[in-house]
Ligand binder design. Structure first.
Ligand SMILES: [Zn+2]
Length: 73
């Protein structure tokens, strides 16, 4: 048996996760996103947002301004 270093709960030797404080015990498993990837994701997000804006603009420009109501012709 080993103890959780965060809350002191008794855990199994094989456990790599504390069910009491919901923390991972293995320090190696800390997930850190590298800066490069962050910037990459940021760029992808900005580009996709711009594309969506562009599509909305195109839709409104190409949509007809006249609104027919109730006339069957
Ligand atoms: Zn714990």
């Amino acid at each position: 048996m080993k103890k959780c270093k965060y809350c002191g709960a008794e855990l199994h030797d094989q456990s790599s996760f504390c069910p009491y404080c919901f923390r991972s015990i293995n320090e190696r498993l800390t997930l850190k996103v590298p800066r490069r990837l962050r910037i990459r994701y940021l760029k992808i997000g900005v580009v996709s947002a711009l594309l969506i804006c562009l599509l909305i603009c195109i839709y409104f420009i190409s949509a007809p301004n006249e609104y027919d109501s109730g006339t069957n012709g």
